[in-house]
Design a protein around this ligand. Structure first.
Ligand SMILES: Nc1nc2c(ncn2[C@@H]2O[C@H](COP(=O)(O)OP(=O)(O)OP(=O)(O)O)[C@@H](O)[C@H]2O)c(=O)[nH]1
Ligand SMILES: [Zn+2]
Length: 367
């Protein structure tokens, strides 16, 4: 996967990479930060296209069975037209812009996976390398000026392999509500993301399932006490609850913004300010309801020899993901922050759109 990891860095820097599928080579660049498609089209000697996710197209009122679709672009497409197609929230799109839409092939799907993994807007600019441009592109690849990755490897870049995490370092960190705590840091193979297991108390002395919290990072809530969500309060309540239960583990997962990254979460907040809820805002940007994958959590639990847990959550997806990963979720304990005027709409959307078990706390508030 070494080439893939390098490709993700090139994509984040705004450089093109090649994704190959069989004999075909597709030149790919992130839409994010791109002002013009001219350079890409010239390099490939072909007409450019834009690959959008099913979620983005649904937000524009189009239904699609494939995960992504490919839209041929006019040679002179402007930056604002690209923005209009890929991220703007303006209801329906001019049909002229969307004519010629076709399901994405393996290389195009790989391109979108790279954008997601790179935490960019999941929209890719692409151009199929023409016969005339093949020798030039091959030379650039040979000289190391362009990276080439295989479509199936690009598509797999989002999936974690069991045992992939490296246990890197650890230290005792006494916490206000849990003085006997130890932070254990794990790193993903591409070095992009690090996750921390906070071990509270002595796991050896626990009898029965281990109290466990999976907490997805929320810079705005955890660190700054943002009133838009309840994350900061949940984080602190989880530490105190685990301490009160005699010890356990909190996994602090690098899954900012339900996995879409901080840059996209801020974009989604701005969309929410125009009236969309948390799920619809993510969809406008091209994301699904929840982009998180919990393979990293399962890996960390395996590394800590934990196979039975009492999970502190209101999120049914976390329970099913752990079970699918072979962890026995013996019971669930609710974990609430306060419901306020600021976060009420967000929490209601989590309950109504994503099935979180929040009715009890929302009812208390509305009484
Ligand atoms: N995309 C997006 N992410 C958000 C928004 N508000 C909060 N988040 C993220 O949502 C995630 C919440 O994580 P958790 O509290 O661990 O999980 P949860 O799904 O709320 O489930 P619980 O276990 O019941 O708390 C964090 O990654 C936040 O950054 C939002 O409006 N949009
Ligand atoms: Zn939050």
């Amino acid at each position: 996967m070494y080439q893939i990891e390098r490709a993700i860095f090139d994509i984040r820097r705004g450089l093109p990479v090649v994704i190959s599928s069989g004999e075909q080579r597709l030149l790919v660049q992130a839409l994010e930060g791109c002002r013009s498609v001219d350079t890409l089209a010239r390099l490939a000697g072909a007409r450019p296209a834009l690959v959008l996710t099913r979620h983005r197209l649904e937000a524009m009122g189009l239904s699609l069975t494939a995960d992504a679709a490919c839209l041929p672009l006019a040679e002179q497409v402007s930056e604002s037209e690209l923005h209009q197609l890929a991220v703007a929230h303006s209801g329906s799109q001019p049909s002229a812009l969307l004519s010629g839409l076709k399901p994405a092939g393996a290389a195009e799907r790989g391109a979108v996976a790279l954008m997601r993994r790179a935490l960019l807007i999941p929209a890719a600019l692409t151009a199929v390398v023409s016969d005339e441009a093949q020798s030039d592109i091959a030379e650039q690849i040979a000289q190391g000026r362009l990276l080439e990755v295989k479509a199936d490897e690009a598509q797999k870049c989002l999936a974690g392999a069991p045992g992939m995490l490296k246990r890197v370092s650890e230290a005792n960190i006494p916490l206000e509500d849990a003085p006997n705590s130890r932070f254990v840091l794990f790193r993903e193979p591409d070095g992009l993301r690090e996750h921390v297991a906070v071990v509270i108390g002595q796991l050896d002395s626990l009898e029965g399932p281990v109290p466990l919290r999976l907490h997805s990072a929320c810079l705005t809530g955890d660190l700054f006490g943002s009133l838009r969500c309840d994350c900061g309060e949940q984080l602190r309540n989880a530490v105190a609850d685990i301490q009160a239960m005699g010890g356990g583990v909190l996994l602090y997962l690098a899954q900012e913004g339900r996995g879409i990254g901080l840059a996209n979460k801020l974009r989604a907040y701005t969309l929410q300010d125009s009236g969309l809820d948390t799920v619809d805002a993510d969809q406008v940007l091209g994301f699904g309801d929840d982009e998180r994958q919990y393979a990293v959590a399962v890996d960390m639990l395996n590394a800590l020899s934990i196979d039975q847990v009492q999970l502190l959550t209101n999120n049914p997806l976390k329970m099913s993901a752990l079970r699918e990963g072979g962890i026995e979720v013996v019971s669930r304990q609710a974990l609430y922050g306060s419901v306020t005027d600021h976060n009420h709409r967000y929490l209601s959307a989590k309950a109504n759109r994503a099935g979180h078990f929040l009715d009890e706390v929302l009812e208390t508030r509305s009484r």
